[in-house]
Structure formats: structure tokens, C-alpha cells
Design a protein around this ligand. Sequence first.
Ligand code: MTE
Ligand code: MO
Length: 159
Amino acid sequence: MEPYDHDPLRPHRHDPNPEPPSAEAIFRVIWPGGERIYAPADLLSLPAVTIADCFIVSTGHGTSGPFTFTGVPLLTLIDHLLPAPILWNEVAVLSGDGFGVRLYRHELLALPSRRPALLAYAIDDRPLTRQQGLVRLIEPNETDDALRQVKWIAQIRIA
Ligand SMILES: Nc1nc2c(c(=O)[nH]1)N[C@H]1C(S)=C(S)[C@@H](COP(=O)(O)O)O[C@H]1N2
Ligand SMILES: [Mo]
């Protein structure tokens, strides 16, 4: 990940950045005792869900959508990677442009089962372009500021 001059998990401006930080959509998943690099195509081997009526809601530039996103639930990826005895409490999803969000396990478990937080690789039945955020975190239930809709995931840190 490129270095940047602030903590991506601290509150940041709500101006959406339109420019990907790099061309490649690979990301690194780090958990207690292991790590693995993912390319978007690696997600295709995990169970996918498709969620309609998703909106990107921004205080600054209005709302876009509805979109239908397809991807792998974040909890599915974590369950797949972490052997059952490993306990975890939170996950930070960080982009390559210094944006990011921290989500607690209990928050993810409390989301509606048919609208989970998603590592999205397709939008409206087409592959998500890098410009559109590949691979993008989609939290389909968020209705303010789009701070959980992290484009260009570069790292997922499970703690
Ligand atoms: N990596 C990254 N993701 C981001 C942002 C950003 O600056 N960088 N901005 C957020 C904000 S504030 C908004 S409003 C939306 C904008 O999404 P859009 O570019 O798809 O409209 O992306 C969110 N995700
Ligand atoms: Mo925003």
C-alpha cells in the first residue's frame, strides 16, 4: 500500500476520490497467524451473493443508484480463511488511496442476512471496473456519507 499522511481509519473528508490509486486490483488479507494475497478472480471460487437496490449516499454530491452489486460477503471470506478456533473482533478494510473503515464482528453479524457487507466485483451484472472501485466494499444498508463503501480495497486486516 502507498504511504499516506493520515490514518485511514480516522474521520476523513467526504469528497469522493474518482481516481484509482493503482492499476492492479489485488489486495492483501492479514489475520492473526497468516496472510494471503487475493486477485479479484480468486473471489470467484467463494460463494457469491447479489444484492439489488444498493445506493451510494453522499452528503457532498448526492445519491447514486440503485445498483445491483455481486460479490463475496466479507464474513464468508473471513470464515473461509480463519480456522474456527481463531477469535476475532474487528476488521479494517483499507484502500490504496488512504480511505478505510473499521467494522466490528458483532456489527457484521447483525446486518440483515440477505444484505450483508460485500466484497463486490460486479455491478449491474457487469464486472466492476477499476475506476468504479474494484474490489469495493459495499455495505448495502448504509444510508449516510458512503463511508463504508470503500473503493480499491488494498488491505483487509482482521484482529
Ligand atoms: N477508496 C475510496 N473509497 C471511497 C472514497 C474515497 O475517497 N476513496 N470516498 C467515499 C465517499 S465519501 C463517497 S460519497 C463514495 C463515492 O462513491 P462513487 O465514487 O462511486 O460515487 O465513495 C466512498 N468510498
Ligand atoms: Mo461521501
